[in-house]
Design a protein around this ligand. Structure first.
Ligand SMILES: *[C@@H]1O[C@H](CO)[C@@H](O)[C@H](O)[C@H]1NC(C)=O
Ligand SMILES: *[C@@H]1O[C@H](CO)[C@@H](O)[C@H](O)[C@H]1NC(C)=O
Ligand SMILES: *[C@@H]1O[C@H](CO)[C@@H](O)[C@H](O)[C@H]1NC(C)=O
Ligand SMILES: *[C@@H]1O[C@H](CO)[C@@H](O)[C@H](O)[C@H]1NC(C)=O
Length: 872
């Protein structure tokens, strides 16, 4: 937007984040009749924080900007209208500032360099929300199938198969509700308080080449089934050839010619007549989280397996091996756990050593113990058969250890992030040693805080190979077990590297099994790499809920980019750079609003191959590109200062960095973000995007000069060059002048305030003029004269505008508005309502469209008769 700041902008700036304020502003204007009261059906919903601004702007068409009041060619009069708005919103701004609603400059670390609202993100074209209207909720399960280019989504009553490139492109949808009778039974059992009597899909696992295994809560009666996600072939010849694995030339011919058709023939349907019980696979209660892994035809699940939700277990079902579980109601094993993640991590090249790791949090074992919640990593051997004397059909290799994520405070007291919320396993070249990222939050309601901690498999294995925790009796403390440890060491997998002659846990000596039963916990806790979190957030009003990580090659090295979902529906993109003395520097590259309404993000999946992040919440599922380089700005310095490893200046624009680009023109500096060095030769035109404009103000009134930096890391300076002077003087907050993060507020304008105002940003010694504007201060007498000249008598009756001010009223208004008190506004409104004879009813009936079509309402004689607008 060039030229004078639109009143709309001022109102928005004034109210910045809080919609409440915006609503008040609008309501005040409306009540007083300064804005048309309109039919509520058109009105954007202020509760929807992300109602797009265009919608508001077009809904509230400022009556004073309507040409029936003013000659639209007169900038002066146009500005008069603006000024009124300005004043109103100015008051709001002042209220906002004084009540501290505007974001302060605290927490510079966690302030993202770029924040994109839902609307802004959408307008970049790099994010898409699944937009098919299903009567569904809780899009919690995202299962990526990169081979088939699909994303399977499980929500309430629905299973979706979406295209990984564009989730809105011809989705395949299975509606899988529970039978009405089951629903009735569930409701009768009193379980439907929040709609829990639906079929919440909680498990989607690939079963074989053609089928998925899917489970849902089935209205408190979990059920599972198979979903056919194969491709329908054109003829049985091809089908047979493909199934026998032989690509005969004939089959090849078929597949070549039928390729496009085949893509359309992708099948997605429930396999008829194949419904299993979901007990031990999927919870009854949709509020309880479960995790699962289907490995070699066996389904491993961490789940509550009863109606009441008291019996938690790690279960094995479905396959040829015996069904297994954790010891029932044994709080030493699992104590009210919340399951977060399950992942197979091999221990050696020997398959028999393979272990499945479970990540969960649970109640601390001792009553009254602090913290109340502890985060855990547990593991079992895949080939565990249980004991033969005791622990029959129960895991005989289950061990768990505590995961610590804490920071020392200034006073020496550790801040513990005890509640594990999500885990991301970053694969490395060595599949035995992935990197484990965990997101944690502070337990209890003392304050909001969250952190990311990183763990190495070496540290994890060291703890599992260390001492076991031991408790002599109820009145004893937990200590490290120092007695003799039986052989084979408890937790060792049968038939593995250390036990080649014991093919099954049933061959283990009784003392090993007995030891396991009483010592499932390791004595030592697992600390994060460098003994501290990678990222910490405290003193902010949000928490991290999810994590995904991408590895990115940049010009100056490889970077791990963290994508962190929050409980307010945003995703932050963060990198952490090593600095001297083991210190790190955290950069929040961007924060984007993924959902229209703030809602906790529950699930995230990343595809590095497609450079997409998939995000699920109660409201829906979205995908967004991992980068949108052009958002950082149009000059080399902007690109460089952004320090996004995905992006580099290519000589013309900020674009996706690729190592194959010509080195000469490519500029990127993630480590230091130094534009002066990096952008040599490109800096000459950095000011080409400076906004130049003229702004009018009336003597004695208030004006707002807008200048907002995109990045929170810059410092803004204002300079004034008065007319007939070549000296530029820096402006500071004093007296009538208030510097805000959004711009400069000048009260009681004086003619000496006229001049050229320049707003300059400085970041890393890089200076950049953002705004250059000429402020013209008009004497109030001039304005009054103009008002009298074009005076009210010449105006048509009040049809399109709720209020036509007379010169007198206008003057009153000016006087009253210079007092920053809302009471006076009310007072004014009261007087006005008594005085004015305003036909608001007519306005009420006016639709937005009508208003827009009224190019020249001046020509309307009375409101029923529409004459063709004549151009002047
Ligand atoms: C709003 O407009 C719609 C159609 O334009 C009409 O049916 C409705 O009665 C109006 N409501 C009010 C409150 O005027
Ligand atoms: C904003 O709202 C207007 C009016 O409702 C609509 O025409 C426009 O497409 C919306 N823009 C975006 C980006 O949602
Ligand atoms: C949507 O689902 C809820 C609960 O399952 C049901 O009560 C409601 O009638 C459904 N609405 C529609 C439009 O189908
Ligand atoms: C996959 O499993 C389903 C369900 O058991 C079965 O009907 C189907 O034939 C299997 N497909 C293949 C290719 O084995």
């Amino acid at each position: 937007m060039t030229g004078a700041t639109s009143p709309w902008a001022v109102c928005l700036i004034a109210s910045s984040a809080p919609i409440r304020l915006l609503t008040t502003c609008v309501a005040a204007l409306e009540t007083c009749g300064w804005m048309p009261m309109k039919n509520d059906t058109d009105r954007p919903d202020p509760q929807e924080a992300h109602t797009n601004n265009t919608a508001w702007e077009s809904y509230y068409t400022n009556p004073l900007n309507q040409p029936q009041l003013l000659d639209s060619h007169s900038p002066l009069l146009k500005n008069r209208g603006i000024m009124l708005w300005d004043k109103m919103c100015w008051l709001m701004a002042l209220l906002a500032l004084s009540s501290g609603v505007l974001p302060g400059p605290n927490e510079p670390l966690s302030a993202p360099r770029i924040f994109l609202s839902f609307k802004e993100l959408k307008s970049t074209g790099t994010a898409h929300t699944f937009s098919f209207l299903l009567n569904s909720t809780d899009y919690r399960i995202l299962r990526m199938d990169e081979d088939h280019d699909r994303m399977y989504v499980g929500s309430k009553d629905y299973i979706l198969s979406l295209d990984l490139h564009d989730i809105n492109k011809e989705p395949l949808i299975i509606h899988w509700p529970v039978a009405p009778q089951r629903k009735t039974e569930c409701v009768l059992s009193g379980k439907d308080t929040n709609g829990e009597c639906g079929n919440f899909i909680r498990l989607i696992e690939p079963w074989n080449r053609t089928h998925l295994y899917v489970c849902g809560t089935g209205a408190y009666n979990p059920i599972c089934t198979y979903v056919d996600r194969g491709r329908r072939s054109q003829g049985s010849h091809f089908l047979q050839a493909a199934q026998s694995g032989g690509r005969t030339s004939r089959a090849a011919d078929y597949s070549d010619t039928s390729e496009p058709l085949e893509a359309k023939e992708y099948i997605f349907r429930l396999e008829p007549g194949k419904v299993d019980s979901g007990k031990g696979k999927c919870p009854y209660d949709p509020k309880l989280n479960s995790v699962s892994a289907l490995i070699n035809g066996e389904l491993y699940a961490g789940v509550y397996i009863d109606f009441m939700g008291t019996d938690s277990a790690i279960f094995r079902t479905l396959g040829k091996q015996t069904a297994m579980r954790t010891d029932q109601y044994n709080s030493r094993w699992l104590n009210d756990p919340t399951f977060i993640h399950a992942h197979l991590i091999p221990d050696s090249a020997e398959k028999n050593d393979d272990k499945l790791y479970f990540f969960f949090r649970e109640k601390a074992s001792e009553m009254g113990q602090s913290p109340m919640t502890q985060s855990r990593i547990g593991r079992i051997c895949l080939n565990d058969d249980g004991g033969h004397c005791c622990l029959v059909n129960k895991w005989s290799t289950f061990l768990k250890a505590r995961l610590i994520c804490s920071v020392p405070g200034a006073d020496g007291i550790e801040t513990h992030f005890d509640e594990l919320r999500d885990v991301y396993i970053q694969p490395t070249q060595d599949n035995k040693n992935p990197v484990i990222y965990g997101v944690f939050s502070v337990s209890g309601a003392v304050f909001k805080g969250s952190a990311v901690c990183v763990y190495s498999m070496a540290d994890i294995r060291m703890v599992f190979n260390g001492p076991f925790a031991h408790k002599e009796g109820p009145n004893y403390q937990w200590v490290a077990y120092t007695g003799k440890i039986p052989y084979p060491r408890p937790g060792t997998c049968p038939g593995g590297t250390f036990t080649p002659n014991m093919k099954s846990t049933k061959d283990y000596p009784d003392e090993v099994i007995n030891f396991m039963r009483n010592h499932p916990t390791m004595n030592n806790a697992i600390y994060p790499v460098h003994k501290r979190p990678l990222v910490v957030r405290t003193n902010v009003d949000y928490e991290f809920t999810t994590i995904a990580v991408d590895q990115v090659a940049a010009a100056d090295g490889n970077y791990e980019v963290l994508f962190l979902g929050t409980d307010r529906g945003t995703v932050q993109k963060v990198i952490v750079l090593p600095r001297d003395d083991l210190q790190t520097e955290e950069l929040v590259l961007e924060e984007v609003e993924v959902f229209k309404v703030p809602t906790p993000i529950t699930t995230m999946k990343i595809s590095s191959k497609r450079q997409q992040l998939y995000v699920g919440s109660v409201l829906g599922v979205s995908h967004l590109a991992l980068h949108r380089c052009d958002v950082y700005g149009e000059v080399c310095a902007d690109c460089c200062l952004a320090r996004d490893p995905y992006c580099a200046w290519d000589g013309k624009s900020c674009s996706r960095y690729s190592s194959s680009q010509k080195r000469r023109s490519r500029r990127q500096d993630v480590k230091y973000g130094n534009p002066i060095r990096q952008c040599r030769g490109y800096n000459s035109n950095t000011n080409k995007n400076t906004l130049e404009s003229v702004q009018y103000g009336v003597e004695g009134s208030t004006t707002f000069l807008e200048c907002q930096a995109r990045s929170p890391h810059v410092s803004l300076k204002w300079h004034l060059q008065k007319e007939n002077s070549d000296r530029r003087k820096e402006i500071r907050s004093e007296g009538r002048i208030l510097k805000t993060d959004q711009g400069l507020l000048i009260r009681s304008l004086q003619s000496s305030d006229s001049g050229i105002y320049q707003c300059t940003s400085t970041e890393k010694n890089f200076k950049h003029t953002l705004v250059k504007l000429q402020l013209v201060v008009l004497s109030s007498r001039t304005v009054n004269n103009v008002l009298v000249d074009t005076g009210s008598p010449a105006l048509p009756p009040l049809q399109s505008s709720a209020w036509t001010p007379s010169a007198g009223q206008y003057k009153d208004l000016l006087t009253i508005l210079s007092q920053p008190e809302m009471g006076l506004i009310n007072q004014y409104c009261q007087d006005y309502w008594q005085l004015g004879d305003v036909s608001l009813g007519d306005n009420k009936a006016k639709s937005l469209k009508e208003l827009k079509e009224q190019k020249k309402p001046r020509n309307r004689r009375h409101h029923d008769e529409l004459t063709t607008p004549a151009e002047t």
